[in-house]
Design a protein around this ligand. Structure first.
Ligand SMILES: [Zn+2]
Length: 433
């Protein structure tokens, strides 16, 4: 698992959550992202959008929030995942955001906003996060960052009409997918206390998704009208897998090891204990637990990857390379796992192979600052200094340090052959506003 600060600051400002342009963190973990994708898949299908085209990303923030800004990502705060008690509650949140996407609530507004302004009017830091839409490498369309204005907040806050539409659409998606929509009410009840709080002190979620008594009543009526019965699904497993992994990395390790005993399946009990023990530095015990988990799910790339992480902390680099190679073979399309294999190669001194592996990882998932840092180091080790500067520039841009990014981009532009894709990426950062 890696957690990093990225340049989502603009979203926060729009949502009115913070008063300064502090960057917020994304929690990138392929295991968690896969589990969330499993929870989302039946819902996205019912919403008429392709499950493979939308990724659920976790924002490392204890507050309750979930939001969309384009048609590619649904952002969910770790705090929301930790506070939900059932898979249906989390699936209700995903269904609600999917409804905002399917109905074009945000994207239409942003498209209009974009059409009305030139790229120069936006600033570009945020574009790095959402830039893939334009197909232009790391820098795509720009969205305003930095200025805190009511109009920008309004841009990302939903109207009451949009909330009503999203609630009734998500109710439909959930029922059709065979998921008990009662989770909608359970989640809104988490926020009920917000009704009596002035707007200024509300949770980010209730500011972006206005909660009114009328909205609550409408959802209650919807739920009361539902006579469908629901059978248990695999969602229970994936919910506990995602939530358990976040807990395992974020909560006190002693608590993690204790709470592992009450995980619903044996593999989750072992893998959660493994993370807790690893964080306590009890690496031998952690290895015992991860091996037990892998015996139960030998083809699970995320458990193989976690085994690699524990060995990496043990500085057993040779064995680590073998394990990450296996995880990479088990999940050939997973950019985070491919990047971990590259990291292991780099740590083992195999710089040329690391370059190749990390380039492949970057192709699959470019929003990974740690991969860019490793790639920069690997390029430097094989003497490709221009590429090393370009990778460093991309990394600093991704974490919102645009000034440092430009320094590296300038060096990369001077060193790289004009017109090559890497030179072009450096130019994009150099001239980003
Ligand atoms: Zn909403």
């Amino acid at each position: 698992m890696t957690s990093f600060k990225t340049i989502l600051s603009g979203f926060l400002i729009w949502l009115g959550c913070v008063t300064s342009a502090a960057a917020i963190g994304l929690l990138r973990d392929s295991d968690i992202e896969y589990a969330l994708a499993e929870l989302a898949r039946p819902i996205l299908t019912e919403a008429g959008v392709s499950p493979s085209s939308i990724k659920i990303l976790v924002v490392d923030d204890p507050k309750i929030n979930a939001f969309v800004i384009d048609t590619q990502y649904i952002f969910v705060n770790s705090g929301l995942i930790l506070k939900t008690k059932t898979p249906e509650m989390l699936q209700a949140v995903i269904a609600h955001e999917a409804a905002h996407i399917a109905n074009g609530h945000i994207t239409r507004r942003l498209q209009n906003f974009r059409d009305a302004h030139t790229a120069a009017g936006f600033g570009t830091a945020l574009a790095l996060m959402v830039g893939a839409a334009s197909g232009r490498g790391d820098l795509g369309y720009g969205l305003a960052v930095g200025a805190q204005s009511a109009s920008q907040r309004a841009l990302l806050a939903h109207t009451r009409a949009e909330e009503a539409a999203a609630d009734s659409a998500s109710f439909k998606y959930l029922r059709r997918a065979g998921i008990d929509p009662k989770g909608m009410l359970d989640t809104l009840n988490l926020l009920r206390g917000q009704l009596n709080v002035s707007e200024h002190h509300q949770d980010p979620y209730t500011r972006s998704h206005p909660l009114t008594r009328e909205r609550l009543r409408n959802v209650e009526v919807l739920i009361a009208s539902d006579t469908q019965s629901y059978a248990p699904t695999s969602a229970t497993y994936w919910f506990h897998r995602a939530k358990g992994k976040i807990e395992a990395f974020e909560r006190d390790p002693n608590w993690v090891v204790r709470s592992a005993k009450s995980a619903p399946t044996a593999d989750l009990r072992h893998s959660k204990a493994a993370v807790g023990l690893m964080r306590m530095g009890k690496l031998d015990k952690a290895l015992g637990e991860i091996k037990a988990a892998r015996n139960l799910r030998p083809n699970d790339p995320f458990l193989t990857d976690l085994h690699g992480e524990i060995l990496m902390r043990n500085r057993a680099f040779k064995a680590t390379v073998g394990l990450y190679a296996k995880a990479a073979a088990q999940a050939p399309k997973d950019g985070l796992i491919q990047a971990n294999y590259g990291r292991a190669l780099l740590a083992d001194g195999q710089s040329a192979r690391a370059v190749k592996q990390l380039e492949q990882a970057r192709h699959l998932d470019k929003r990974n600052p740690r991969m860019l840092q490793d790639l920069s180091v690997a390029y430097a080790k094989v003497g490709k200094t221009g590429n090393a500067s370009e990778a460093a520039a991309a990394r600093y841009a991704l974490i919102g340090k645009l000034d440092t990014a430009k320094t590296h981009a300038k060096r990369a532009s001077d060193l790289l052959p004009r017109g090559t894709p890497a030179w072009q990426r450096a130019q994009d950062i150099l001239f980003a506003k």
